[in-house]
Design a protein around this ligand. Structure first.
Ligand SMILES: [Zn+2]
Length: 342
């Protein structure tokens, strides 16, 4: 098994600046979502293993969560109501949070965030014995292809057969500005249905599984994949960022916010997920954004210059070193993985 660590946090400078600018507004939305979730009835079965849910309950930012005793997956105790939390967002809000990117911005984001993902996938698979030419010929499928940045990276790499599936129509429309329109399709079905219909050789999905309320169905579809099928994915983890945001319940949360994220993976739940789907881990890439969260939560934002500025500057220069220590201690808030169907 290959284990790689870390990636420079400078790649996320732009996203972090926008997040800090919108923090107060984002926090109010989360608070309203949390209020509605707390009024919802309890879930009966686990999102991941589908067992009747039992396990250790805990409060995270004043919202009840439960760690399933069977598979270790962490999820809100309450079952999110239909449409949650999207009904809070009007069309205007959606475009504010996911602004339409111009060609240059798209290329910039692709180069900073998606090229490194694909380069890592190729590098890890080549170190595992695959030939680059063999990978370029495979049938690739991306679940949740967003604005098409990963699909466009596949095109740049020279992959011949690939397709992305996305359920948000605004994003599909935008992705067609950057990738050929036959490369992206509107998906109305579940992740499991998409996998069964497309029969891909490499299935990729970045930060999508944690938004699915029926992961047990995804497991069943993966179980039926052909031997040798590759799965490349990233998910948020119950890591240092979760501990930090729990200490700052009156601030915006980026990880387990009980609004956009009502569930998160643990080492145990990832192992359960892969094992029950019949997949074996080939490689992991551990890098998180915990150091950015540590800086955001510890250092107050003030329009006036003050004594914190110097500290903030020193902190910023050390971000990568701090994050590397967190990643190497297996405490990071996310994980990229490659697994192979046995
Ligand atoms: Zn479970």
């Amino acid at each position: 098994m290959i284990t790689d660590y870390s990636k420079t946090l400078g790649d996320l400078r732009k996203e972090e600046t926008v997040r800090i600018q919108n923090e107060d507004q984002l926090y109010l939305r989360q608070k309203e979502a949390n209020r509605r979730l707390s009024n919802a009835p309890s879930r009966k079965s686990c999102i991941l293993c589908n067992c009747r849910i039992e396990g250790r309950e805990f409060l995270h930012r004043n919202v009840s969560f439960i760690a399933c005793a069977e598979c270790g997956h962490i999820q809100s105790k309450a079952l999110p109501p239909e449409g949650f939390p999207d009904e809070l967002e009007g069309k205007e809000q959606f475009t504010k949070i996911y602004p339409k990117l111009g060609k240059d911005e798209f290329e910039d984001r692709k180069n900073r965030i998606y090229h490194p993902k694909l380069n890592w996938i190729f590098s890890a698979l080549e170190r595992s014995g695959y030939e680059k030419s063999e990978l370029l010929k495979m049938r690739w499928l991306e679940l949740g292809s967003g604005n098409g940045a990963f699909l466009s990276s596949l095109e740049d790499m020279g992959v011949k057969e690939y397709i992305g599936m996305e359920k948000e129509e605004t994003l599909i429309k935008r992705s067609k500005t950057f990738v050929a329109s036959e490369r992206v399709s509107h998906s109305t079905g579940s992740l499991g249905e998409i996998i069964r219909t497309n029969q891909a050789e490499i299935i990729c999905s970045f930060f999508v599984f944690e938004h699915d309320e029926k992961l047990s169905e995804l497991i069943n579809a993966l179980k039926d994949c052909q031997s040798g099928t590759l799965l490349c994915f990233s998910v948020p983890m119950f890591g240092l960022s979760c501990l930090l945001e729990n200490l700052a319940a009156e601030r915006y949360a980026r990880s387990l916010d009980a609004a956009i994220h009502v569930q998160t993976f643990t080492d145990e739940s990832i192992n359960y997920f892969l094992h029950s789907a019949g997949f074996q881990k080939i490689a992991t890439w551990q890098f998180g954004q915990d150091a950015l969260e540590l800086r955001r939560i510890l250092i107050p934002q003030s329009p006036e210059p003050g004594p914190h500025d110097k500290l903030s500057e020193k902190f910023s220069l050390s971000l990568d070193r701090i994050q590397t220590a967190i990643d190497k201690s297996d405490l990071s808030d996310q994980c990229h993985l490659i697994a192979k169907k046995v």
